[in-house]
Design a binder for this molecule. Structure first.
Ligand code: F6P
Length: 324
């Protein structure tokens, strides 16, 4: 019978991580299982830095952005000797299972603990990038896109008033998911993402023709990792070909913070509870993903052996078709 679990958040923080921790701890309590929270991701696991978590410590957290446990991108954990020491430290305090809230890089660390040391592990996909295989949506994605859409709506007021064109950079070094969703939802004239080769000439043509038809606001959404060099690179390439003033706006880490949306809170709560149900039933080595609106258990090995196409070509096309 499971007695004690550890929880950590890893990689880039994402809104809804706190809601996930809360759901895990409170469901664990139902089973009579106690919880500890490792601080600053895998760094806390390596350095044996943790706090006891109970129903009260996770109170007043569901609405908060970021992660109250802290997070990091730990390099030390790549070393198998470091992992062995971390597992020993966990066992010394009776921790028999670990829940990792993060992206697929973080899940690789968790899986290594299971394969090398037989530790029970579970993953909850928490990243604003929506780039984890096996789930329709990661925890944090909805909030990040909504933050980006709100920011673009504000930029549009200025664009409409002045006639200036704006290149707005959203996050996603390797993922165009935030960019394509923002572009469609905020009515952008175009979207540039790392996964698709953009036809710059076509974009310039489209902008030229909408300017000729009297359109005043022109917003191009650019993913951070886009080949031309993010929004500054794209602005130079496209803006210089058009006789129209332009500006660059980088949304950056504003997309990572903020109170999670209802959707992220629900996903986090459902996933956290189901992860504990599965661990309590003796299962391990899975991720809880959302598929067709339902939380489901997927083997971590399956998650890690696939990559998820993040930029949706249908959204790229749709943004262009209805840009006006
Ligand atoms: O993975 C989440 C993310 O916010 C990406 O969208 C972005 O490219 C990256 O992290 C930024 O990382 P950092 O906070 O280390 O600059």
């Amino acid at each position: 019978m499971l007695q004690r679990i550890g929880i950590l958040t890893s990689g880039g923080d994402a809104p809804g991580m706190n809601a996930a921790i809360r759901a895990c701890v409170r469901t664990a309590t139902e089973y009579g299982v106690t919880s500890v929270g490792y601080l600053d991701g895998f760094s806390g696991l390596v350095e044996n830095r943790y706090i006891e978590l109970d129903d009260r410590t996770v109170g007043n957290q569901i609405q908060r952005g970021g992660t109250f446990l802290g997070t990091s991108r730990s390099k030390a954990f790549l070393d198998p000797d470091v992992r062995a020491k971390a597992v020993q430290q966990m066992r010394d305090i009776g921790v028999e299972a670990l829940i990792v809230v993060g992206g697929d890089g973080s899940f690789r660390g968790a899986r290594a603990l299971e394969v090398e040391h037989g530790l029970a592990v579970a993953g909850l996909p928490g990243t604003i990038d929506n780039d984890v295989y096996g789930t329709d949506e990661t925890i944090g994605f909805d909030t990040a896109v909504n933050s980006a859409v709100q920011a673009v709506d504000k930029v549009r007021d200025t664009s409409e008033s002045t006639g200036m064109m704006f290149f707005v950079e959203v996050m996603g070094r390797t993922s165009g998911a935030i960019a394509v969703h923002t572009a469609v939802a905020a009515g952008a004239a175009g979207v540039l993402v790392p996964e698709e080769q953009e036809d710059f000439d076509r974009l310039v043509e489209r902008l030229r023709s909408s300017m000729a038809r009297g359109k005043r606001s022109h917003i191009i959404i650019v993913a951070e990792g886009e080949d031309a060099g993010g929004a500054f690179g794209a602005a130079e390439r496209v803006g210089s070909l058009l006789d129209n003033e332009y500006r660059v706006v980088i949304l950056g880490h504003t997309q990572r913070g903020g109170s999670p949306t209802m959707r992220d809170r629900i996903i986090a709560s459902q996933s956290g509870a189901l992860a504990i149900d599965a661990l309590a039933a003796g299962r391990s080595g899975f991720m809880i993903g959302m598929q067709r609106g339902q939380p489901v258990e997927i083997d971590l090995s399956e998650v890690l052996s696939h990559s998820r196409p993040t930029s949706r070509i249908d959204f790229v096309r749709l943004a262009g078709r209805i840009a006006g």
